[in-house]
Structure formats: structure tokens, C-alpha cells
Design a protein. Sequence first.
Length: 411
Amino acid sequence: MPDDPIRILEDKCVGCGLCVKACPFAAIVLEESAETEGKPKKLAVIDLEKCTLCGACVEACKFDAIEMREKAETAAADLADYKDVWVFAEQADGEINTIAYEMLGAGRQLADELNMNLCALLLGHNVEEKVAELTRRGADIVYLVDRPELAYYQDEPYAAVITELVKRHKPCILLCGASTIGRSLISRVAVPLHTGLTADCTGLAIDPETKNLLQTRPAFGGNIMATIITPNHRPQMATVRHKVMKEAQPDDSKTGRTIAEELAEALFLSRAKRTEFVPEEETTVNIAEADISVSGGRGLQKPENFSLVRELAEVIGAGVGSSRAAVDAGWIPYSHQVGQTGKTVCPKIYIACGISGQIQHLAGMGSSDIIVAINKDPEAPIFKLATYGIVGDLFQIVPLLTQEFKKVLGK
């Protein structure tokens, strides 16, 4: 088509196949065309769903048979069609994950600066009553897809539905929490949309000149902060770490619109089926939501000694966390891992027991209000970040703390 960003000029193409070999994305094939001088002719055909406009085929073609519009021209024409800031409102069993409210808080600032609507995207079954809460938290529009097939999160239908809605409504920005679900889902949306995705952002802002989304995240183990932009593609997509953004506060006077979407049945199909859900047996608070966290590391020496951490956590109503070393050793499940490759926490009090404080761990808890470090090594890196440091044997100190808290709290 003449308006396509790249096309084959049939009167010049000789079907030599050089472009097929040159394409790194397998986006070009040779197909039979009409006969020429009594002989069947092959023509190159470009799959625009796979093509990234890299230009490799244009350089390879010796017959000038491939025409590609300038990227800037294509981008300028297309980007103007994208409006609004979208937030994926993650829910489980009908309850909105608090990370969605953090996204709404961040999204509100971006939408106001761009003079756009803030929209929430809610998928699930029997979740219509949750629309009001999203509106109270700042959503101007809530796109609702309520279907039995979406009662529980599954990669394929959730990704297919969101991809279709993005193509239909063209949001400028799409934000998602960097939760287990968010990380699994959002990359499956970015790929078919041929757009960029920045993972685990800790900061979002709008460039005042270009109006591009500035997506900031730690890089090289947290040693530097990288700011990433997506200037030529839309939507601009990012996942944001839990507890790094302030939640949007509820406002009972806020009103908004609800758009109930009707979609093709094929989008809800999945090759996988949920047969059973076995929740983790844990008596302490979820570390992602906890105001107080007690974490253990390699200094605990063996898995049985995590009982010291758990007992202290139960007494003070804290969540139980761990370093990566403890998880890799099989002492505690991955769901408790705090750090660059685990969960990001931001409690009021973080108590680190036997954790040296490598940069990867500090990246996941460094924003805690108060950090208490217990370690026998006075040179441990965590003491440089700690608000209070206790140099000593954790096997003596932690039980004493537990005993004293029992007295003070009357337990």
C-alpha cells in the first residue's frame, strides 16, 4: 500500500531473494505472482507485523525495488494519533493490587503535564464494583473487560486483550507494576506492538521539550541510573517497582467514565489451564506490603536458623525477607527475596540480620525509612547505609530483641 512505511515496487522486483537473506527478523518471503512472458514470477512480500524498519533490505536490494518512508516522517504521522496515559490495574481474586494505586499516582502527574486523560485498564471477572475505587483514585476513564475467562491471570488471554485494546484506542503511555504478573504480562504486549519497554523503573517524568516519557531505572547493579526514552514508537511502556511511587489518595468527589469493551472470542483462548492454586503457607506479613521487614542472609548459616527471623517478625508484625544468597542456598522461597532480582520494599523499619549488604540487595531496600543492621563484621557494606548498626553475634542479639519486644508489646 502507498501509505505503508515500507513497500515492494512490483515493477522493479525480480525475486532474487537478496532481501530475504538480509532481513534479520525473517519479515520477508518470496511468493508466486502473475506470469511474466509466460513464466511465473516471484515477488518479495514484507510482513509488516514483523518488520522493524531497520533498512537492511533496502541496502541489500540491487534493483531499488524497496521503498521505505523516512522513519521521522512515519513517526511524526503516527505518534500524533496516540493520546492518554494508561495504567494496568492488576487484581487478584477481585482485589486490586496496591501497586495499581501507585501507578495511578505516578500516572496522574504524567497525564496532567501532557494534558491527557488518566485511564485504568481493568481485566477480570465480576470486578465491575472495583471500577469506582479506580475512579476515586484518579482514573478519568476505566476500560473494563469482564469475562469468566479472565477470572484468573493467564499470560495469553490477558496479553491478547491488552494488545487489542492498545491497537484500538492508541494510548501514549502504558504503565504496569513490576510485580510477578506485571513482568510476565507486559513484555508479551510490547512485542506485537513493536514498541519499547523499560523494566523496573524507579522514576518517571516528561521531557518538557519533546514530551517523551523519561524512564529512569538502576543499571549495572545499581551503580548508575539510566534514563531511557522511546522517541519513535508508541505506546511508551514501563514497569515500575513496588513501593517507589506514592499511592494516589482516594477522593470521593472524583468522577469518571467506564467503557465496557466487547472483544472477539478468539482473544480469550489459552493453551494453558489453571487446575489448582496452592497459596504459600506463611504466618508473617507479605514483605511487599509490610511496614516493618526482618530479613536474614548468609550469616544465619543454615535454613533452620530462619526461625530466629520468623519469631522476631511475628512478635513485631513484620514481613520476612531474605538476601539472594539465602534463596540460592534453598533456605527460603524466592518470594521472600529482597533486592535487584527480587522484591523492592520500602518499609518504615528494615532489620537486616546477617546480611553483608551487597549492592544488589541494597537496591531493593535502600529507600526504607529506618534501617537496622545486625552483623558481626564491622566492615560490612550495609553499615554504610544503616540508620542503626549493631556489631555482634546475631544468634545472641536477635533472640534478645525478640524477648524485649515481647515484654514491651505485652506478648
